[in-house]
Design a protein around this ligand. Structure first.
Ligand code: HEM
Length: 156
C-alpha cells in the first residue's frame, strides 16, 4: 500500500535553496545610507581604529583629536553633502609626514572602507569610498609615492 507522508518533506536536493536558511537577498541587518549627521560618529570610529593600527598609529599618537575631528567631519560633509563647511588644505599636512608609503595609504583606505561598510550602505557610502580612493591616489602621486595597484581609482 502507498503511504503518503503526513508532514511535507522539505526539498533537500543539493542545488535547491535551503528553505530554513535566510533568503540571501535579504541582509541580516539592513543598513541605511550615510547622512551628514552620521559623519561625526563614523569618523570617531574610523580614527579609533587608526589610532590602534600597527602601521598608522604613530601618525595620530600626538594629534589633538578634539581639534582634528571637526575639521575632518567638515571635510567629508563638504565633499559628500556640499555644505561648504571645510575651507582648509587637505593635502598640506601630509607633506611633513615621514615614512608614508603605498602600503600605509592602502591600510588607511581599507580601514575607512571597512568602518563605513560595517554601519552603512547606499550611494553616499559608495561616493565616500570612491572619493577617498581618488584623493588618496592623487596625494600619493603628489608625494612621489607609488600607489598600490589595487588602490587605483576606477575613474580619474
Ligand atoms: C596613510 C594615509 C594618511 C595618514 C597617515 C594621514 C594622517 C593625517 C594626520 C596625522 C593629520 C593631521 C595633521 C595635523 O593636523 O597636524 C591629517 C590631516 C588630514 N587628512 Fe590625512 N592622512 C592620511 C590620508 C588621508 C587621505 C587619503 C585623506 C582624504 C581622503 C586625508 C584627509 C585629511 C584631511 C582633510 C586632514 C585635515 C587637514 C586640515 O587640517 O585642514 N588624509 N591626516
Amino acid at each position: 500500500m502507498l503511504r503518503l507522508p503526513i508532514v511535507p518533506v522539505l526539498d533537500r536536493r543539493h542545488d535547491a535553496p535551503d528553505a530554513l536558511a535566510p533568503h540571501p537577498a535579504v541582509p541580516a541587518s539592513p543598513r541605511d545610507d550615510l547622512r551628514d549627521e552620521n559623519l561625526h560618529s563614523l569618523l570617531v570610529d574610523f580614527y579609533s581604529v587608526l589610532a590602534a593600527d600597527a602601521l598608522l598609529a604613530r601618525y595620530f599618537a600626538s594629534l589633538d583629536m578634539p581639534a582634528h575631528l571637526p575639521r575632518i567631519v567638515d571635510f567629508w560633509s563638504t565633499l559628500l553633502f556640499q555644505t561648504g563647511r571645510y575651507s582648509g588644505n587637505a593635502f598640506r599636512p601630509h607633506l611633513d609626514m615621514p615614512g608614508l608609503t603605498g602600503e600605509r595609504f592602502s591600510r588607511w583606505l581599507a580601514t575607512l572602507e571597512t568602518t563605513v561598510d560595517a554601519s552603512y550602505a547606499g550611494p553616499n557610502v559608495e561616493r565616500m569610498k570612491a572619493l577617498a580612493r581618488r584623493i588618496a591616489y592623487s596625494m600619493q602621486v603628489r608625494l612621489g609615492i607609488a600607489p598600490a595597484a589595487e588602490d587605483r581609482p576606477s575613474r580619474l
